[in-house]
Design a protein around this ligand. Sequence first.
Ligand code: F6P
Length: 497
Amino acid sequence: MKQRVLVASNRGPVSYQFGADGSLTGRRGGGGMIAGVADGLAALGPQADVTWICAALSDADRAAARQAASTPGAAGDGDGIPVRMLDIPPDTFDRAYNNVANSTLWFLHHLLFDTPNQPRFGLEFRRDWQAYLAYNEAFADAVAQEARTRAPSGGLRVLIQDYHLCLAPRMVRERLGDAAGGAGIAHFCHTPWAPPDYYRLLPEEMGRALLDGMLAADRAGFHAGRWALAFVQCCAAILGADVAAAGPAWRVTYRGHVTEVAVHPLGVDAPALRERARAGDVRAHVGALRQAAGDRRIIVRIDRTELSKNIARGLAAYRELLATRPQWRGRVVHLAFAYPSRSALAEYRAYTDLVLRVGLEINEEFGTADWEPLVLEVKDDYPRSLAACALADVMLVNPIRDGMNLVAQEGPVLSERGCALVLSREAGAAATLAADALLVNPFDVTETADALHRALAMPDDERRRRAAALAATAAADPPARWLGDQLAALRPSRLGS
Ligand code: F6P
């Protein structure tokens, strides 16, 4: 029996570019969510009939979406997965994605607000909120339409991703009713979740609507127990929902419907990652980076240039390491690869400038004729990132707060000599990796500098032992398992319950 699986997410598995002649070429969309869902879907094989619904994010995506819409039966293709791209009006998309999802909900769940100044919920935000409603409706309409076009023998499962689409589960349930012959609806949040006191920064009606939307799902998933707990606490405190612990999960009853809230940590497909790292393009970068670093120790960090990733404090910690422990001067190189993110937002542009400025200061302060202490790159280069992981003696992953964090897992899997991991206690990955990482408070620069020193000075056999344990933990929850477990737990027969 074939199951029908509909995925809905803002960013999809393919993104388009215009060629010089105006033609369109697609390539895989970036980010941990895409990797997890796409690899998880690939593992389902022919037993699943999948469509991935996503938003057009650029002019080239819009052109591709229009082309597909005018060709009956055509769908875009993301790594073999049929894709339906939604051409949401640009102003609606901009307000929903940039103003509500990224500037408000992302800041909320990562505790990023500078509260004397932000947030400010006035009339303009009410307009943004209307756009967020319309954006979620566009996805719900598309899900309902897809659900009706092919009646599945093995049931329908709808997998809705992330904070962009908190309202969509309720809207999908309302649209489908019993018409689809039964569907299981899941929502998965790849971010942390804010604790109730912080969540209450949102205007009352919007805070309630987001929770109400998610509680129309049959399952709500998170990467770590902390985020799931914060979510159920919000449901109880803000909606007055009934919350009962059920083993490692929770059952939340609201408006007569039960939502299971569960934890599914996402790890990496270690064999596939190692295989990719053996390719020629990665090996060429390994050679070049090793030549540049010589026989010095290598500290690696790889992030989006994202406020929550805490890159500036990480660089400050490296600076403090060099200032307070002069024995490392000339003996270590820090590779910091910070690829561009959300440049439509002023805060992100300013943050990138700050990171570049701090980087320059470090090289000016400590660099010598034959030693560049910091190699800071702000361009995306996936093979180079894999090469850096292969060479790492130390991985630095110090987010202010992070839903999971895949780099903390990829580093130990790929490092050829075994790396030590300096990890923020506020990353979701700390829940699984704590025993073998050096945990730090991401706000404590001195503690982070001390941890870098301990990591650099760690005896080889201890470093190798810890890296092997970290890699084994990361490999235990590959995308196939992460997605397979969610689908298996999502019974497709409870629609309308
Ligand atoms: O890490 C959480 C997450 O929502 C991922 O699901 C996704 O990769 C990313 O953040 C979204 O970022 P962007 O705005 O660049 O699509």
